[in-house]
Design a protein around this ligand. Structure first.
Ligand SMILES: [Zn+2]
Length: 224
């Protein structure tokens, strides 16, 4: 491809030809991330003991693809705050790898995104967990269900303890009676961008069990 064509294409499809990590022009054969950024993303691998976590009373196994650090955190922030939907794809690829490597996760029959508060999703134009869930489902072939709805906005959870977050998030989600068929008696994989204290994932798990799910697992792009 000539330089001129490259430049013209880059103007027409800037997202397609620029690296979602550093913004540089992608070389032939590179997709979404340049080689250097892909290497940076690979370096965000979690320590073995942090790859998954078991939340006891909620009976929730939560796994993550990356540490919330470096390039993984950068992509998660681009997805959440910079309207960069395509940043979800490299993250979802990492999630699909974790899914393939963990037999417990492969028991999942359907995936459900942690819903955003409608007003937040509206401002952004999309829900970041939903975009991740769509990309993940596209790679793994797992069907998606929209079983949950967020009815309450939680104020910033930064710096709050797990107990404080837990209290704040209780009652923030509901399930639609009419849509429980997709999760009833199923092993459900809950999808979100970042797992912090697990309070949000545990509350969603509680609602999914109430909606009749047989088992709930969680998979996030990052773990803080
Ligand atoms: Zn790059």
């Amino acid at each position: 491809m000539s330089k001129l064509t490259d430049g013209a294409l880059a103007m027409l499809f800037p997202q397609r030809l620029c690296c979602h990590g550093c913004g540089c022009m992608l070389a032939a054969g590179e997709e979404l991330l340049c080689a250097a950024c892909r290497e940076k993303l690979d370096r965000c691998t979690l320590k073995r003991k942090d790859e998954h976590r078991q939340f006891k009373p909620e009976q929730l196994l939560a796994a993550a693809a990356y540490a919330y650090d470096g390039m993984a955190a950068e992509l998660a922030r681009s997805l959440k705050y910079a309207s960069d939907k395509a940043a979800a794809i490299p993250l979802a690829e990492g999630m699909a790898r974790r899914f393939a490597l963990m037999p417990q996760l492969r028991a999942a029959e359907v995936c459900v995104a942690v819903p955003s508060f409608p007003r937040q999703a509206q401002r952004r134009g999309y829900s970041q967990a939903q975009v991740l869930c769509g990309a993940f489902a596209g790679i793994t072939g797992l069907p998606q269900a929209q079983a949950l709805r967020r009815i309450r906005f939680a104020t910033s959870q930064v710096g709050k303890s797990r107990d404080e977050r837990r209290k704040q998030i209780i009652g923030a989600f509901v399930f639609d009676e009419a849509r429980t068929g997709a999760v009833r008696d199923k092993c459900v994989l809950l999808i979100d961008d970042v797992l912090t204290t697990g309070a949000t994932a545990c509350e969603c798990a509680r609602m999914l069990y109430a909606a009749g799910a047989r088992r709930v697992l969680a998979l996030t792009a990052c773990r803080a």
